[in-house]
Design a protein around this ligand. Structure first.
Ligand SMILES: Cc1ncc(C[n+]2csc(CCOP(=O)(O)OP(=O)(O)O)c2C)c(N)n1
Ligand SMILES: [Mg+2]
Length: 788
């Protein structure tokens, strides 16, 4: 349906204002902000301008409150300008764009205050997140939790060069497998990347690819002026010329202006009567206006294209645009970091009837009545429900999670056992857990959980092996009530799905407790997505297993060395590496609660687990022990007053640490054994305590690790040992000034038995004994472990 003229007029006026405000925001940050440190910020004016019309069409007219948008990183100023017009963004924050506590360079859910749906910045991730958010919405709906809330559309505004990011393709395939709905991707087809002009004919590749994955494709190439001109005599020839013009040439002519277009058209089309007249009828300015009237800059074309969609199939819009449209560097291949000069800005300001000093006035220079514009904004469907960020009650977590114990177990096995116990019950916790795994469901011990809770799909699909009565350990039935989402082997997808699931409370108003399982080394494959999930404060649990060189026979390729450091360094992620299953059960209970804590208190959880079967301690889980486990450490053998050496270990090397402690104890007066369940929480506690003390707020505050190490004499040595990078625990010596020998793995591994590899990398009992010996005075330790 053609858009009504009155609405079109309002939208066009607001879109001009958005272009102005977004450009002014950047200009202000670069040229006018007081106390500027002299750094130019660049990088936004041209890239933002591309999307001013499309985003105005969406936010001021097409979007509904339940729709969620991932905005291309460099369109952040456009987003903020729109929110400013809505009254959701302050002038102060715009004036302070990219400054301390100002509006963010790239839209940020957590740092911005104007209702960003998805944080973007690392190109590609936000795009895929819309797809997974749509799957999550389907999950919530299939489980009967949508109530009367309407389905939202998940929309991404995508740069054309952004489409190079591989994670987008991975997501497309996954979306196809799951019958994706309600997803729109709008490609800003300005045919420019950061460095240069993109390849010819890219749109055809996009079109066939999207269609191949079951998407509708809508190409919005020509604006209304163009369409009208094509209908004039000679218009066909003009259209042919536009279609044949190479991207770089079109961009260059947009930069050069109307006279250049005229020269080129005349040279290339020659004197062909009607088309020549068509061109001659227009002044240089009119000709430029015509040639830059691509679909993505034409409000009517965009609104009509969006509103024509009357189904829930996924749609890719390819909207032709000009990078930097309307600005002096439009189309220039170097314009990504281009900034308008003060003189250019002055000229543009005057041309728009904006008086000096009135640059931030919302409706300055527009001919429409301010009250009418105000009313139009107020009545925008997008604003109908007020606050769009939802919340959900906390799901109760039992104080303790149980599992069926055995004397010998591995933490990976324990993880499966704990989940199996949860799955057997009918708690709210059990109902809200949703698991996902990139083709390693069974090999990470999720099998028992999946057998009980089933796989998720919108349509029922029975396990054929079961219906054919062929014996199989696993029940692979799909249903809308299933609680496991099986993914293909793409760890990026796994973490983006975690991000989408882990924001369900805020997006769908229904809390989910997502758990991902994967092999520990492949965390690195999905690391940027994991980082972004944490950055936008999504809440989930990652069980990564097997880890380290302990998976020994599987070889060097699957061994993870850096992941303990990643776990420590990743903001928003509390990482744990328990040695025993009773510790793991405590950590998982803590984790489910931690995932639901508000604000800076909570976060996501990373469990680095192992397939190594080790002897389990038979002990009572006291509150003290529980507290030690969640805070990161406890004494497995408490040191006496004259302690000479402490062995501090993490994870699967527990048997070596225990054994070495026994040997050292024969020759040293007093040896302590410190079990470290979370280097991350210990370190964070220590940093936090120092900060508190510096702030001098309240009484002197000691962190958990400071308290644990306090009784040690000054000359006591500490040997740390972990199947991971030694720096993970190496810092322990700085806590109270003890000498440390940090053992760990620093090189890609060999294949072999655990014994071979621990010896090779120097994390076996004898290496621990050697290290303790070198740190302490006295005769050599009498006994060593015999080679087997
Ligand atoms: C993962 C990642 N790599 C690199 C960048 C740096 N970068 C920002 S935008 C951009 C490309 C811009 O091209 P396009 O997506 O077409 O957007 P346009 O500026 O044309 O609107 C690049 C390489 C980034 N933000 N994220
Ligand atoms: Mg581009």
């Amino acid at each position: 349906m053609p858009i009504e003229p009155a609405r079109l007029e309002m939208l066009s006026a607001l879109s001009r204002k958005v272009l102005w405000l977004s450009s002014w925001t950047i200009h202000h940050a670069n040229h006018l902000r007081a106390n500027s440190d002299g750094l130019k910020v660049g990088g936004h004016q041209a890239s933002s301008a591309s999307l001013a019309t499309i985003m105005s069409a969406l936010y001021f007219s097409v979007l509904r409150p339940q729709d969620r948008v991932a905005v291309k990183p460099h369109a952040s100023p456009v987003f903020h300008a729109i929110q400013y017009l809505f009254g959701h963004q302050s002038r102060d924050k715009l004036e302070n764009f990219r400054g301390y506590k100002g509006a963010q360079s790239y839209p940020s859910r957590t740092k911005d205050t104007d209702d960003v749906d998805f944080s973007t910045g690392s190109v590609g991730l936000g795009v895929a997140q819309t797809l997974f958010s749509s799957l999550v919405q389907d999950y919530v709906k299939a489980h009967g939790w949508m109530k009367d809330r309407p389905e939202g559309r998940m929309i991404a505004l995508v740069g054309d060069a952004e489409m190079d990011e591989g994670n987008i393709f991975e997501a497309l395939l996954e979306g196809w497998k799951h019958g994706l709905r309600n997803t729109w991707w709008v490609v800003d087809y300005n045919r420019q990347s950061l460095d240069a002009v993109v390849r010819e004919g890219l749109w055809e590749k996009f079109e066939s690819m999207f269609r191949n994955f079951g998407w509708d494709v809508v190409i919005v190439k020509y604006g209304r002026l163009m369409q009208a001109a094509f209908a004039e005599p000679g218009g066909e020839a003009l259209k042919r010329w536009i279609d044949a013009c190479p991207n770089a040439m079109y961009a260059a002519l947009c930069f050069q202006g109307g006279a250049a277009f005229r020269r080129h058209l005349q040279d290339e089309i020659g004197d062909q009567g009607m088309v020549t007249q068509l061109i001659e009828r227009r002044s240089d300015d009119e000709l430029l206006a015509l040639m830059s009237n691509l679909g993505g800059h034409d409000m009517a074309s965009m609104v009509e294209a969006f509103e024509a969609v009357d189904h829930d199939r996924p749609v890719c819009f390819i909207a032709y645009t000009i990078k930097g449209v309307g600005l002096p560097f439009q189309g220039h291949k170097d314009n990504h970091a281009g900034l308008m000069t003060v003189t250019q800005m002055e000229k543009w300001r005057a041309a728009q009837n904006i008086q000096p000093g009135h640059e931030w006035e919302k409706f300055e220079g527009l001919s429409q009545a301010p009250a009418a514009l105000e009313a139009f904004l107020r009545d925008a469907p997008f604003n109908r429900d007020g606050r769009r960020r939802l919340s959900a009650p906390v799901i109760e977590v039992p104080e303790r999670l149980s599992f069926k114990p055995s004397p010998q177990m591995a933490t990976q096995q324990g993880f499966g056992l704990v989940l199996n116990e949860i799955a057997r019950g009918d708690s709210e916790l059990a109902a809200r857990i949703v698991t996902a795994s990139p083709d390693v469901t069974v090999s990470t011990n999720l099998g028992a959980w999946v057998n009980r809770r089933g796989l998720f799909a919108r349509a029922e699909k029975a396990d054929l092996f079961r219906s054919e009565k062929i014996p199989s350990t696993f029940n692979w039935d799909f249903s809308p009530k299933g609680q496991h989402i099986e993914l293909g082997i793409a760890e990026m997808n796994l973490f983006i799905l975690m991000s989408a699931l882990g924001l369900s409370h805020a997006i769908n108003g229904e809390r989910l407790l997502p758990i991902a399982t994967l092999y520990d080394p492949f965390i690195e494959r999905g690391l940027d997505a994991l980082n972004y999930a944490c950055y936008q404060d999504a809440r989930f649990m990652v069980a990564a297993t097997p880890s380290g060189i302990t998976l020994s026979p599987e070889g060097g390729a699957h061994q993870s060395i850096a992941t303990p450091l990643i776990g420590m360094a990743q903001d928003g992620l509390a990482s744990f590496e328990p040695a025993f299953v009773d510790e793991l059960a405590v950590i998982m209970a803590f984790g489910f609660a931690h995932m639901q804590r508000e604000g800076g208190e909570g976060g996501s959880v990373y469990l680095r687990l192992s397939t190594r079967t080790i002897e389990q301690p038979q002990r009572l889980m006291t509150p003290d022990l529980q507290k030690g486990i969640t805070e990161g450490a406890y004494w497995l053998r408490r040191p006496g007053e004259n302690c000479e050496a402490v062995i501090a270990y993490t994870g699967a090397v527990a048997p070596e640490a225990i054994e070495a402690t026994g040997f050292i104890g024969e020759s040293r007066r007093d040896v302590g054994l410190l079990a470290i369940t979370s280097a991350d929480r210990l370190h964070a506690g220590w940093t936090g305590a120092r900060q508190l003390r510096r702030d001098r707020r309240g009484l002197p505050h000691l962190s958990h690790i400071e308290k644990l190490l306090a009784p040690l004499p000054r000359d006591c040595g500490i040997v740390t040992v972990i199947d991971g990078h030694p720096a993970t625990l190496g810092w322990l010596g700085s806590v109270r000034g003890h000498r440390v020998e940090a053992l760990g793995v620093e090189h890609f591994g060999q294949t072999g038995t655990i014994g071979d590899l621990y010896r090779h990398h120097g994390i076996d009992a004898n290496a621990i004994i050697d290290a303790a010996e070198s740190l302490t005075a006295g005769a050599p330790v009498r006994h060593r472990k015999m080679a087997v």
